[in-house]
Design a binder for this molecule. Sequence first.
Ligand SMILES: Cc1ncc(COP(=O)(O)O)c(C=O)c1O
Length: 395
Amino acid sequence: MIEINSRCVHDAPEKRTTKPHQLPIYATSSFEFDSIQQGMAVFSGQEEGHIYGRFGNPTIDSVAEKITSLETHGLHIPAKGILVSSGMGAISTLVLSVLKSGDKILTQGNIYGGTSALFKGFIAKFGIETINGDLKNPEQLEAMLKKDASIRMIYFETPANPTLACLDIQMITGLARQYNCYAAIDNTFCTPYLQQPFQFGVDFIVHSTTKYLNGHGNSISGIIIGKDVELMQTKVYPGMKLNGTNSNAWDAWLINNGIKTLALRMERHSENALQIAQFLDKHTNVERVNYTGLPSHPDHHLANRQMRRHGGMLSFEMTGGLEAGKTFMNKLQFCTLAPTLGDVDTLILHPASMSHISVPKDIREAYGITDGLVRISVGIEDVRDIIRDLEQALN
Ligand SMILES: Cc1ncc(COP(=O)(O)O)c(C=O)c1O
């Protein structure tokens, strides 16, 4: 028998013989070994096991495996996923793990603003330069790759903020392979339920799981998935461990819970968004609607080829510019003004007065972010409530 004060310190011995029905939250920073032999086997990689929370734990790894299985569903390809601290953590860990000083990233101007800032303001300090090109244009893309062998990664999003412009994943990955560079895609807007970029040959997929994968706006995390398992194990995994960009059990558990309804949610987000896009398209105070589900969207056919449905993101252009945009936002009663996306409730953003307030007008307009542009992350509520609110705020 040990003393009472030691009893306080030590956990009761594990006697459980049944498996928990739900994924447990492993709130532990390290794992213990039965013997020195076992410790040596796990440390040396001969035996599978957990060592220290920064390297992964059963909750975190289970969620990484689940998202990886969704991204590879039906494709019969191997892949490895690593759950990390945030979407930004996923992008920075990937880039710093697989690129080196002197390498270049080729991307375009309409990716998530945080990613542009990361590439230009932070990754650049490590000697990895980012250049912009028109990734829609295969001739220009090929000319850039041919001219500059130091381009080692093409990084892109499709559909992209805020105009929902799409890129041809197969065309980009084909050229990337031909010119010996990686193709990396941010699949946050679609989730693997709507779009599986591995099907079109990409090397890496990143997500901000903070958005649709979690779906309830209550966790921050990200994931990196690569189909070269050895590269993931020898470069990206050590990059995550050494940078300390690991996720944590609580956020992982919340994502796991969210994913259980991913298919249902994405169907409903898509259904609601289509009805809202059709409503806005007919409204006299709306100049233009950007939704790939509308046949009038320039990338409607490309999106049909790459996506199962058209998702929950749309934007529209109000007549009346900045003032009209601000008045509209203040009149909303049901929808919420918030700078995130992918939650179960409808979230609205006016980029010119919110996310892009500090970006000079000419620069934001070059990427379609005009004064009257409003972005909606359509929720899964009853669509009649969303439309009623939009209607009263528009009129
Ligand atoms: C498309 C996209 N990628 C990445 C990120 C960054 O994700 P996080 O906020 O989880 O770091 C965001 C955030 O809004 C995003 O919209």
